[in-house]
Design a protein around this ligand. Sequence first.
Ligand code: 1CP
Length: 343
Amino acid sequence: MKPLLCVLTTKEPLAIPPVWLMRQAGRYMPVYRALREKVGSFWGMAFNPAHAAEITLQPIRAFQMDAAILFSDILTIPHAMGCTVEFKAGEGPEVEKYVSGQTLLSAADQNFCETLEPVFEAMRETRRKLAAEKFDNVALIGFSGAPWTLACYMLCGNGHDKNFTAAQNFAKNHPQEFTALIDKLTDAVIWYLKEQIKAGAEAVQLFDSWAGIVPRESFNAYITTPAQKIVASLKAEFPEVPVIGFPRGAATNYEAYARTTKVDGLGVDESADITKLDVSCVLQGNLSPEVLLGDEAVQDKKIKEILEKMRGRPYIFNLGHGVIKETDEARVQRLVDTVRQKL
Ligand code: 1CP
């Protein structure tokens, strides 16, 4: 069995843990930047199955990762719902802000499904390419943003502060409408991930990148309960497909999140003390992406420390957050070689 799926399914450690990196495709790779320049727009790549599949394969060919994650973005769902998203070169995404009372599209609307169809075609194309290039041990990961993180972007619109204050305020001032929005997003995420699985995703990851800013008393309502519903619905239809949850910055809430949602894998950010997490699922991540920008010897040491700490526990090597765009490709190769004990 493919190493990533083996760990997630059996919950048994491998002597050499599987390795992949969040944002392993993207701007730190010159081949990506060249294609981005040629195509001219982010959606022109992500919603073009041939380009999206090609970009997905770039880090696999370059670094022999154990998993490919479909090249796309978490903002596909807000975009398909009607909060149009634009990516301007060199800047972050611009999201059309949700207006109170706005009708959002859902999987019951043809336009919503049609907007997202190229993502599923990209998944099918990526499976074909992985097979054609004989990457027989590489698992293909599908993903979605989690409801709270997607709501953050929709409620803040164009530009946001680090606490997504406009989203927090909306949740406080319009509790019923906010709950309805989270429910609607939960249904959309369930449909979206199921379609990705039907198209060939062998595991899925739920990115809750902004879980860390949620007030303690709201963590269950905004983060854990929606994730629990998503996992339960996926498992009811696809019991064999592993689900990785990544409530970034969850701190003291990581354990309860893992227990309640029943995820197979738990992505942890760099601030978590991975040795102290008492969970029965597989742990993933924890290396600070900043480490790849600093001293090479320190990088080697930090990787070996994590490997040592996780010896005998089911673990997937990854970062605590996405690869930073200034990262040198040689440092990514070095990371993979260190994990595989080639250095
Ligand atoms: O070329 C460019 O200018 C675009 C840069 C870029 C890339 C390469 C963006 C814009 N998104 C992506 C790809 C992407 N995004 C992937 C691809 C697969 C991979 O290799 O990992 C994935 C999984 C994402 C997920 C994503 N998008 C997240 C969750 C993970 C995380 O980093 O926390 C988030 C928050 C986004 C939103 C987003 N998309 C892009 C940017 C710059 C941002 C962050 C915007 C912000 O909050 O300021």
